[in-house]
Design a protein around this ligand. Structure first.
Ligand SMILES: *[C@@H]1O[C@H](CO)[C@@H](O)[C@H](O)[C@H]1NC(C)=O
Ligand SMILES: *[C@@H]1O[C@H](CO)[C@@H](O)[C@H](O)[C@H]1NC(C)=O
Length: 465
């Protein structure tokens, strides 16, 4: 890691500590809470390491920025840029060549202070001129959350992977087939939650997918009816399926899988990497900040996070090869080999431009032209038993209690159609003995389980060593 990156980690760690101490849950801030006029305050440009660690002063410069519909950011000088909320956790704004990123403030389990962001960092779009940054909205947006916070509804779930449940799914519909998996035998409810995104990934609010415009319908007409990055002109551009085990690290696997495949595509398969999700689990400040219980998010999950991992972490810190930090399936202290080369991504964004701008055609266009995209989708109890066919949630009722809705991150590598049933081809991270050789098909065009609402993509920066 470069010296700069290391400093960055240190600064981030201090900020995270501050965030974690003051809070015992995470924010639930929506688009409308954030939209409006903000005052962004920044401290001096940080060059000196000791000052870096403090990040106390944000009182040197202040810039007024208006965040407006749908993704327009305008600063006080009239410069036009863009912005997005990140899940319900905060926002990122790029205007005047400067990138501002902040996590929304949360005061207690029930109070989100959506008109403020925690002290975070701003830097120019090239990663230089880093400044401590804090934002305050001019109109108040304090939110009191529902009493039934999802974190408190943990319930033991016995039915998953039972013969009874499998039979019931297979009886209820014809589109897909369920099976009982020997490898799931004996797993606890908590294990399933971790596999499906982790308890921190629970969906508190999500945008609907954006309507497909007329222009996009024309784009659809120019794309093939089926497409699969594993079979393009006889070549496979997707790295092998992996197994996250009982750790809520799907966000890391989906992000690494996107980077791996896109490097293969950009180099016509002359560079094949397997990047290290353990580096993310142990070392990323952007995933750690999500976890208010301990300092390492690691296995706690964060299915809504590919934007911060496959995107922001990969741009600011870079990814390392698997051999630099082998996958363990549990958290720990950052143990990445510091002598390893780092591989960077850039131009990361929500497909469609911003959170809420995504839809089926925008995803098809991104996949076809640039490569697989990372998505989050809601996992119901029936999904664990998927074996083949086009998945859609089977809406089983009694005796199966609803599984807690988590948000599982995976990689969409293509699409197809069977008997006019449109589907996505999706790479999971539950090993190659699950589903169709580790993959699943899921209904396309109807935002099934939210899969068309928050796709993320990023572009690799090639390295030639
Ligand atoms: C989060 O905010 C959304 C939109 O305001 C709301 O529908 C949802 O109930 C909130 N979640 C919680 C846990 O309060
Ligand atoms: C990509 O690689 C394939 C297989 O090695 C080769 O046939 C093809 O010509 C290459 N494409 C380009 C653009 O070099």
């Amino acid at each position: 890691m470069s010296k700069l990156a290391k400093l960055f980690v240190n600064v981030a760690a201090v900020i995270i500590l501050a965030v974690c101490i003051q809070a015992d849950t995470f924010a639930n801030c929506t688009y409308e809470d954030i939209r409006g006029t903000w005052v962004f305050e920044m401290g001096p440009s940080q060059k000196d390491a000791s000052k870096d660690l403090e990040c106390t002063s944000t009182k040197q410069i202040s810039v007024k920025v208006t965040l407006d519909y749908p993704d327009i950011a305008i600063d006080e000088f009239g410069n036009k840029g863009f912005w997005t909320i990140i899940y319900n956790q905060g926002f990122e704004v790029v205007v005047g060549g400067v990138k501002y990123f902040g996590f929304s403030v949360f005061k207690s389990q029930r109070v989100s202070v959506c008109d403020q962001v925690n002290p975070g960092w701003a830097h120019d779009v090239h990663g230089h001129d880093r400044r401590c940054f804090q934002g305050k909205k001019q109109s108040p947006a304090i939110k009191f959350m529902a009493k039934a916070f999802p974190g408190s509804t943990l319930r033991f779930q016995k039915a998953i992977n039972s013969e009874e449940m499998v039979a019931s799914i297979n009886k209820a519909q014809k589109s897909w087939t369920a099976t009982k998996y020997p490898q799931f035998e004996g797993l606890s409810h908590e294990d399933f939650v971790k596999m499906a995104g982790g308890k921190n990934s629970k969906v508190m609010s999500r945008p609907k997918s954006a309507p497909v415009t007329e222009k996009q319908e024309n784009v659809r007409g120019s794309l093939p009816t089926s497409f699969d990055w594993r079979k393009v002109e006889g070549q496979n551009f997707v790295s092998p399926v992996r197994n996250q085990q009982q750790c809520g690290s799907c966000y890391a696997f989906a992000s690494m899988a996107m980077a791996e495949s896109r490097v293969q595509i950009m180099t016509n398969n002359t560079q094949k990497h397997v990047f290290s999700p353990q580096d993310i689990v142990e070392c990323s400040p952007y995933s750690q900040v999500m976890n208010y219980v301990s300092l390492s998010l690691g296995c706690g999950g964060g299915g809504g996070l590919p934007y911060l991992i496959g995107g922001k972490y990969a741009e600011d810190f870079g990814l390392v090869d698997e051999k630099c930090n082998l996958y363990k399936g549990f958290d720990g202290k950052c143990s990445t080999d510091k002598s390893c080369s780092r591989y960077y991504m850039t131009d990361y964004k929500y497909v469609g431009g911003y959170y809420g701008g995504c839809n089926e055609v925008a995803m098809m266009e991104a996949i076809y032209n640039r490569g697989p995209v990372a998505v989050g989708f809601e996992v119901y109890d029936d999904f664990m038993s998927y074996k083949s066919g086009v998945y859609h949630h089977a809406f089983l009722s009694h005796p199966f209690e609803p599984f807690e809705l988590t948000n599982h991150a995976v990689l969409v590598v293509g699409w197809g159609e069977v008997n006019s049933d449109r589907y996505w081809i999706v790479k999971n991270s539950w090993g190659s003995t699950w589903g169709i050789d580790g993959y699943f098909w899921i209904r396309r065009g109807t935002d099934e389980c939210g899969i068309e609402s928050m796709a993320v993509e990023a572009t690799p920066i090639l390295r030639f060593d």
